[in-house]
Design a protein around this ligand. Structure first.
Ligand SMILES: O=P(O)(O)OC[C@H]1O[C@H](OP(=O)(O)OP(=O)(O)O)[C@H](O)[C@@H]1O
Ligand code: HPA
Ligand SMILES: [Mg+2]
Length: 183
């Protein structure tokens, strides 16, 4: 599906399915090299990170464990509420583990800053972040991202896991949502 399948809803496409696939493959090679010989637990942040997790995990040619945390701060808005709610906690203990948090996007950074603090208190061996998208101009807090896919402008985007009011997550690429949809 591309913007022509959703006339009017997307102002423009930003990152294509093919660009995402190629970038995730590059990131997977880096991750394989950095964690060679080490245990690795991928933690996906539901729901947005479902697509990134599915594609990144299948690119990795090594054993991994997977777990999920569900948090939400956007709800049906295009602005972060600033309040991160845990909807589902991890199923596994992360004490002593090498954790790689897998995210679709770092926007204000509030979700990850909260998650990193939360995880630090559980005594992991290491915690790093892998995010497909990042909006440098929207950052309210600085997040150290070890694996970053694409830097994008400060517009509300949808697709490849990212939603507006739960819709558009199934688009294969990422595009800017046309303002008339939410204004
Ligand atoms: O850097 P931030 O400004 O905190 O924004 C990033 C977070 O916001 C989105 O989640 P959302 O709260 O929309 O939940 P969802 O993944 O279920 O859509 C996205 O998936 C990130 O987790
Ligand atoms: O631009 C965005 N789009 C969808 N969800 C989001 N969550 C944070 N930023 C965004
Ligand atoms: Mg959302």
């Amino acid at each position: 599906m591309d913007s022509s399948d959703l006339p009017g809803d997307l102002a423009k496409m930003l990152v294509s399915e093919e660009q995402i696939r190629a970038r995730l493959a590059e990131m997977a090679r880096q991750i394989e090299a950095d964690y060679e010989g080490k245990d690795l637990l991928l933690v996906g942040v539901l729901k947005g990170a479902v697509m990134v997790m599915a594609d990144l995990a299948r690119e990795l040619k090594r054993h991994i464990d997977m777990d999920w945390m569900a948090v939400s701060s956007y709800g049906t808005s295009t602005q972060s509420s600033g309040v991160v709610r845990i909807l589902k906690d991890l199923d596994t203990e992360i004490a002593g583990r090498n954790v790689l948090i897998v995210e679709d996007i770092i926007d204000s950074g509030l979700t990850l800053s909260w998650l990193l603090e939360n995880f630090a208190s559980r005594g992991p061996a290491s915690v790093e972040v892998c995010a497909l998208l990042r909006k440098p101009d929207a950052a309210k807090v600085h997040i150290d991202v070890k694996y970053a896919g694409f830097e994008i402008p400060n517009d509300f985007v949808v697709g490849y896991g990212l939603d507006y009011a739960e819709k558009y997550r199934n688009l294969r690429g990422v595009g800017v949502l046309a303002p008339h949809v939410y204004e």
